[in-house]
Design a binder for this molecule. Structure first.
Ligand SMILES: CC(C)[C@H](C(=O)O)[C@@H](O)C(=O)O
Ligand code: SF4
Length: 472
């Protein structure tokens, strides 16, 4: 009698396909197919190699790009801020010394590491992908097992092309239904985090499935997988399908010819088997989903745009009540204020969550022929990569943005985090398409409301949050 193989999940399959060694306690050595590197978490890792006389094990499976520290204004005369310049120069030097391909700040292919990977076809279904960056989960949109690692692990992967890992739990997030026009991937992901909380995915890899996920473009799936980390998960993934293949076909680093056909045959097997076990299943109906806005200092602090700032006094748990009270204080909000009545100072559009071409098209459609509201301090749009910028300009989107009064910048992480000159001033309140809203994230004492690109665009026109479903 032949033993039948137990049904396995997409995560199980990719994990098992990459196990090099397994210890009795379940600790595994995983083979890593792709390693993305950026300037913030790699200097000590390269230094570690240098000090011990080791090489990068597989330079051609490693790709370095600069994104966090660089200014988004003209870079032709170099990086202005000294500390950033030193870090950027270190990455350039390390890439040279260790034979790693590097997209510098003037390269058209440069951009936020999680936008560059898929764009280049470096990100592929069924691969294990790591980067010293928490939002590596983004690449899971292609059916890759992609997670963020720490700097010591970056060194380990550089030196050995392997990573020590224990198998995570399987979690299924099933999103059914068709969202209303104007409601999309960002609202879905914020709603999921609102539902499960920032610890909801702890110790798990999330597989996203269901009609609403299938209906998303690759850009939308990347938005959802990107924020898996805000839901506490180790990684997020979507089974690859025709949309993933179409996105990747003919990308510079994607397989070509017979190698593509062979890859496709493997990719087709990357499905969760009927009856596979999930440790936890969460369901969400996208059909009734409103546009979502965050009100607090955690990505789980979310509410419908039609709602009001919640009252912490209604929370039973004392610790949670105190923390949400503090969040309201930091955000300068009063319980009961309607979300649509909160005046904004800054509109920021970009990041690895929402800095792709589709996001910019969405924004352009809403702001075309209109002006950003006079009460705003400014609105800024930062393309996620040089290629996104080039595509946007080829479509004339930059002209629409500039005519509407937005600043149009060079690619990078920009105001997603306060590591470069793009920062909120104390007290400034932003509608932001990024993924994190903790205290000081976008600048000292800055206040962040996480929203979708459509919601950010609509808010730019009125200086307040608007229900995009009412725009027609
Ligand atoms: C700087 C980097 C290590 C960090 C991360 O890992 O996420 C950054 O990208 C962020 O979004 O906070
Ligand atoms: S855009 Fe923001 S979230 Fe993404 S990698 Fe850069 S800093 Fe991190």
């Amino acid at each position: 009698m032949t033993a039948t193989k137990a049904p396995s999940t997409l995560y199980d399959k990719i994990f098992e396909d990459h196990v090099v060694d397994r210890q009795d306690d379940g600790t595994c050595l995983l083979y890593i197919d792709r390693h993305l590197v950026h300037e913030v978490t790699s200097p000590q890792a390269f230094e570690g190699l240098r000090m011990t006389g080791r090489k990068v094990h597989a330079p051609h499976k490693t790709l370095a790009v600069v994104d966090h520290n660089i200014q988004t204004t003209d870079r032709s005369k170099g990086i202005q801020e000294e500390e950033s310049r030193i870090q950027v120069e270190a990455l350039a030097q390390n890439a040279r010394d260790f034979g790693v391909e590097y997209f510098n700040e003037l390269d058209i292919r440069q951009g936020i590491v999680h936008i560059v990977g898929p764009e280049q076809g470096f990100t592929l279904p069924g691969t294990t992908i790591v980067c010293g960056d928490s939002h590596t989960s983004t690449h899971g949109a292609f059916g890759a097992l992609a997670h963020g690692i720490g700097t010591s692990e970056v060194e380990h992967v550089l030196a050995t092309q392997t990573l020590i890992q224990k198998k995570a739990k399987n979690m299924l997030v099933q999103v059914d239904g068709k969202p209303a026009p104007g409601v999309g991937a960002k609202d879905i992901t914020l709603a999921i985090i609102g539902e499960i909380g920032t610890a909801g995915g702890t110790g798990s890899v999330i597989e996203y499935a269901g009609e609403a996920i299938r209906g998303l473009t690759m850009e939308g799936r990347m938005t959802v997988c990107n924020m898996s980390i805000e839901g506490g998960a180790r990684a997020g993934m979507v089974a690859p399908d025709e949309k993933a293949y179409a996105y990747l076909k003919d990308r510079p680093k994607a397989p070509k010819g017979a190698a593509w056909d062979e890859a496709l045959r493997y990719w087709e097997t990357l499905r969760t088997d009927e009856g596979a076990h999930f440790d936890r299943i969460v369901r969400l109906d996208a059909a009734n989903l409103p546009p979502i806005v965050s009100w607090g200092t955690s990505p789980e602090d979310v509410i419908s745009v039609t709602g009001a700032v919640p009252d912490p006094d209604e929370i039973e748990d004392e610790v949670k009540r105190a923390s949400k009270k503090r969040a309201l204080e930091y955000m300068g909000l009063t319980a009961g204020t309607k979300m649509t009545e909160i005046p904004l100072d800054v509109i920021w559009i970009g990041s690895c969550t929402n800095g792709r071409i589709e996001d910019l098209r969405t924004v352009a459609k809403i702001v075309e022929g209109k002006k950003i509201h006079e009460s705003l301090d400014y609105g800024m749009i930062v393309p996620g990569s040089g290629l996104v910028k080039q595509q946007a300009e080829a479509e004339g989107l930059d002209k629409i943005f500039i005519a509407a009064g937005f600043e149009w910048r060079e690619p990078g992480c920009s105001m997603c985090l306060g590591m470069n000159p793009d920062q909120l001033k104390p007290g400034q309140r932003a509608a932001s398409t990024s993924n994190r809203n903790f205290e000081g994230r976008q600048g000292y004492r800055g206040r962040t409301h996480l929203v979708s690109p459509a919601m950010a665009a609509a808010a730019a026109l009125t200086g307040r949050f608007v229900d995009v479903r009412t725009l027609g």
